[in-house]
Design a protein around this ligand. Structure first.
Ligand code: CO8
Length: 260
């Protein structure tokens, strides 16, 4: 199978780019996330790599979030294995020593939004057809505490309270207004601006910036680190409930109908 992520690393600038290329919509499957974690770990261990830009090679979509098929009709063991790698992706990226920038070139619902928020800075294509947000409640599921805290850390308590209950998907202009993204740029400039922004971030003394970042993020990271097993158990018992499976099935049918 072809790689789901293409990694370009430029030794001279110290900046790596991860191009997500898992058709059709970069959904975060078990295989995708495993590959993501391995690539990320390699870059993290390379002392010459100081910055990471994450973007999508798929048109119109950054990432459709967690692959629903990994959570539907699967055994508890499979769901547990899947959830573990979701946790792993978040732990690695939220705690990364690198400067991380999301170049959001399309829609970014649910897990796609989480992936974006886990970066240090977000630049989104200014196209009103794209949306971003944690829409879990619309699927009848509940965003786990560390999704919630990542959002609180990004847009504050009140915005999160409304966004999560209603499962809001924001257009770029609204996302900018609440601080869910940091900058909107014309569609064809997302990557260029991400590169320019990276250059600016990399001028800050590295060690001071890294300590500052972990000071901001470690309380949330530690909470998941010390509760990983319980969080997996929670997820598995929730997602395998018959009523939740039914909600997922209805949501998938809705996706298909919307298309027709
Ligand atoms: N997982 C699996 N398949 C998906 C997903 C997904 N997340 N998203 C889309 N697909 C499939 C579609 O069903 C469709 O399949 P097919 O071609 O067989 O009909 C194909 O991908 C293409 O999708 P679209 O035709 O919809 O493509 P568009 O370009 O029109 O739209 C969007 C792209 C906007 C990304 C749209 O597909 C969309 O809205 N997708 C759903 C996004 C979503 O709601 N994701 C939620 C996932 S749940 C999550 O991430 C967090 C879960 C936390 C769990 C906590 C429990 C305790």
């Amino acid at each position: 199978t072809s790689p789901k992520i293409k990694v370009d690393f430029d030794q001279t600038t110290g900046v790596a780019v991860m191009h997500m290329q898992s058709p059709p919509v970069n959904s975060l499957s078990l295989d995708f996330l495993t590959e993501f974690c391995i690539s990320l770990e390699k870059l993290e261990m390379d002392k010459g790599c100081r910055g990471l830009i994450i973007t999508s090679n798929q048109p119109k979509v950054f990432s459709a979030g967690l692959d629903i098929l990994e959570m539907y009709g699967k055994s508890p063991e499979h769901c547990g294995e899947f959830w573990k790698v979701v946790q792993e992706m978040w732990l690695k990226l939220y705690g990364s020593n690198m400067v991380t920038i999301a170049a959001i070139s399309g829609s970014s619902p649910a897990g796609g939004c989480l992936l974006s928020m886990t970066c240090d800075y977000r630049i989104m294509a200014d196209n009103p057809r794209y949306t971003i947000g944690l829409n879990e409640t619309q699927l009848g599921i509940v965003a786990p505490f560390w999704f919630k805290e990542t959002m609180v850390n990004t847009v504050g308590h009140r915005n999160t309270e409304v966004a999560l209950q209603l499962g809001l998907l924001y257009k770029p202009a609204e996302a900018l207004k609440i601080g869910l993204v940091d900058q909107l740029v014309p569609e064809d400039q997302v990557f260029t601006v991400a590169t320019q922004t990276m250059t600016k971030w990399l001028t800050i003394p590295e060690h001071a910036r890294q300590i500052t970042k972990s000071m901001m993020r470690n309380p949330t990271i530690d909470k998941l680190r010390t509760n990983r097993e319980a969080d997996i158990q929670n997820f598995v018992s929730f997602i395998t409930k018959e009523s939740i499976q039914k909600s997922l099935r209805m949501y998938m049918e809705m996706l298909k109908q919307r298309k027709a």
